[in-house]
Design a protein around this ligand. Sequence first.
Ligand code: C2O
Ligand code: CU
Length: 472
Amino acid sequence: MKTSVRDGMLARMNRRNFLKTIAASGALAATGSPVASLAATKTFRLIPAKTGFALGQNNAAQSDLWLYNNTCPGPLLRLPQGAILRADVTNKLDVATTIHWHGIRNINEMDGVSGLTQAPIEPGESFTYEFPVNDSGTYWYHAHNMSWEQVERGLYGPLIIDGNDDPVVDHDICLMLDDWRLDNNDLFHAASLGSLHDWSHGGRLGNWLTVNGKSDPEFQVKAGARVRIRLINAANARILRLRLTGADAHLIATDGAPCTPEPMQHVTLAPAQRADLICDMTHDVATLEEVSGRTAYAAGHFVKHPALGAASAPKTSLETRLPAIPSLAAIRRIPIHMQGGAMGNLSSARFDGTEMSLRDLARKHKKLWAFNGNVGDNSRIFAEIKKGSVVSLDIYNDTAWPHAMHLHGHHFWVVSDDPTAELPSGQRDTWLMQPQERASLVFISDNPGLWLFHCHMLEHAASGMGAVLAID
Ligand code: C2O
Ligand code: CU
């Protein structure tokens, strides 16, 4: 029964939707010529494979990572807004995998969610993703099968969509941050993958920070340069707090979407979140540090290099046009009570059709978290939503842990009754919920299909903090 709902929905997600989406995107030019009217396709080849890669201080020790095209992070995919991204993927791992295009308002069948929008790509098999990229901004791609292990082992990379009215800058630098758990020999700590303690607490945290696969990389910039810095948090569970000194920085986008430009010295980035900064160098060196812990970790340096000449990008003031939040008068409200985990109040929840004690859920099924008393399960539809509705996910984080809540296929506004809440001015696709926080994630259900809503602390997602929304 449950599966037939899903199969029925999936059957309708066929390639015709792809063509419709391209047509609706405005990618069809006004020339009238069907050949000239097709948006440009850019093709990439992605090969997930086991790769030896050195992490930690001891540069000789090679950890067994799983990477795209043997690089950490995977290759930068960069396209103009309105183009079509095609990715030919051949799985050279010895486990099945998929790729999710995080933050892209994708065609459902290209969303890359294993067991929901596609069958996993088996070892040795190939799969081609092809979809238009209509929103400019900073996105990323990552494995979406056993993500808690595959993303942790390095299956991720940056995805940048260039917009037509992006601010002019001297340098555009993308920084993908991750924390790795290394053992005493500076090797990836594989033995602790899947630790029940991590899953029931804050998720798997690491002890070694990398930025673009390196420790504290240096970037050479022109004197007085205007630099766009794109920050991506690729960690499984670490909430990064970043501080930039030596430059005047303005936040211009959150999760790829424009926001009201505001001066910014510190940025909090939950797992999967992105922040775009426009930074005007005020000193010879600007420094980025991760300051969530007791000691600050150097995360990158931007150093004036005379040979590059002088900066030329004008220091014009930053402006953005933000899409207006829809009227909340006729709204479909979906209350979501988040429960579970260590030190929480969940005593039992429904899983696979039966009510079970949290103890049994943890011991027998490694499930620890629930929405409205249901452990997340991709074969069960949590809410059916009419296409074109204004929807509000009214979330209450009734757990002892923060959670980075991510919605697939849509961007949302964050609304709260709490006058002290710091809300984003633009849209997002991932929102950090503090313990006991309440917030409404408001979106327009304009993208049909089966979409996940889950915590991006990937251990939490694996152990039940997720749900399927069906839009039709
Ligand atoms: Cu970035 Cu469902 O994930
Ligand atoms: Cu969580």
